[in-house]
Design a protein around this ligand. Structure first.
Ligand SMILES: Nc1nc(=O)c2c([nH]1)NC[C@@H]1CN(c3ccc(C(=O)N[C@@H](CCC(=O)O)C(=O)O)cc3)CN21
Ligand SMILES: O=c1ccn([C@H]2C[C@H](O)[C@@H](COP(=O)(O)O)O2)c(=O)[nH]1
Length: 266
């Protein structure tokens, strides 16, 4: 995960001080890109301990089209609690846009099913896209999508599936390690469903920032040596994207440095 540490260094060195919506303040850069070759291991940060449990449950929750924190809380995942209303609702966030994008005629589109179909039937297409950024519904979301738009790419010679994400706003210390692992998992799941092998995850950033109250944590993390990447193994029996359950994911050989606590900017 040297690529991740390089991003931290890049923002520390080149970031400009900016006030932001949360009032915390950031060091920020506009525009950056990293690539993770999923054949080289599973891109889970090793210089602090990450809880994959929350990441897996959040991804399954998106794919179910769920936008209420009940499922997450039942599985002891609290990462969305600060943004939910008293009933646990988050409004028309990721799950709603991915699986029930509303059309003017009252019908809705399951973008995930559509993209699986287009990957299978027209692999060379340049339109394998899922967008969570729905300008017509931003005012109904607890938080406008940060990981906003992604595209798949089939390399037919290699038989691989790659994914590129555009993340408009990125909390580099707390959010980004989650986002990398989440999209790496999604790419692996999609590859299995489409009978391809995972290729690369390309992560493109808009406003890439380190919150000012994360600077000590970032320096501690940069003082640590990255360790070999773990590997991820999915239950090969699953043939539909919504069939996956938590127990289908097995992480092997993860040997991280200790966790580093940091406050989340709300
Ligand atoms: N400022 C901010 N950053 C984010 O990354 C973020 C938001 N807001 N709002 C919406 C979601 C919620 N996300 C979150 C929320 C909390 C953690 C967090 O506290 N992570 C801790 C441990 C969490 C746990 O295991 O329960 C960590 O050390 O990674 C991470 C991502 C990502 N998103
Ligand atoms: O998956 C996520 C979700 C959120 N974030 C971060 C990025 C920003 O720090 C905040 C969102 O604030 P905005 O003012 O809406 O940009 O949450 C993330 O990194 N990853």
């Amino acid at each position: 995960m040297k690529a991740y540490l390089d991003l931290l260094e890049h923002v520390l060195k080149n970031g400009v001080e900016r006030d932001d919506r949360t009032g915390v303040g950031t060091l920020s850069c506009f525009g950056a890109q990293t690539r993770f070759d999923l054949r080289e291991g599973f891109p889970l940060v090793t210089t602090k301990k990450l809880y994959l449990r929350a990441i897996i449950h959040e991804l399954l929750w998106f794919l179910k089209g769920d936008t209420n924190t009940r499922y997450l809380n039942e599985n002891r995942v609290t990462i969305w609690d600060e943004w939910a209303d008293e009933n646990g609702d988050l409004g028309r966030v990721y799950g709603a846009q991915w699986t029930q994008w509303r059309k003017p005629d009252g019908e809705s589109i399951n973008q995930i099913d559509q993209v699986i179909e287009s990957i299978r039937t027209n692999p060379a297409s340049r339109r394998h896209i899922v967008s969570a950024w729905n300008p017509g519904e931003l005012d109904q979301m607890a938080l406008p999508p940060c990981h906003a738009f992604f595209q798949f790419y089939v390399n037919e010679k290699e038989g691989t599936l790659s994914c590129q994400l555009y993340q408009r706003s990125a909390d580099l210390f707390l959010g980004v390690p989650f986002n990398i692992a989440s999209y790496a998992l999604l790419t692996m799941m999609m590859a299995q469903i489409c009978e391809l092998k995972p290729g690369e995850f390309v992560h493109t950033f808009g406003d890439l920032h380190i919150y000012k109250n994360h600077l000590e944590q970032v320096k501690l993390q940069l003082s640590r040596e990255p360790r070999p990447l773990p590997t991820m193994h999915l239950n090969p029996e699953r043939k539909k994207i919504t069939d996956f359950i938590y127990e289908d994911f097995e992480l092997r050989d993860y040997d991280p440095h200790p966790g580093i606590k940091a406050p989340i900017a709300v």
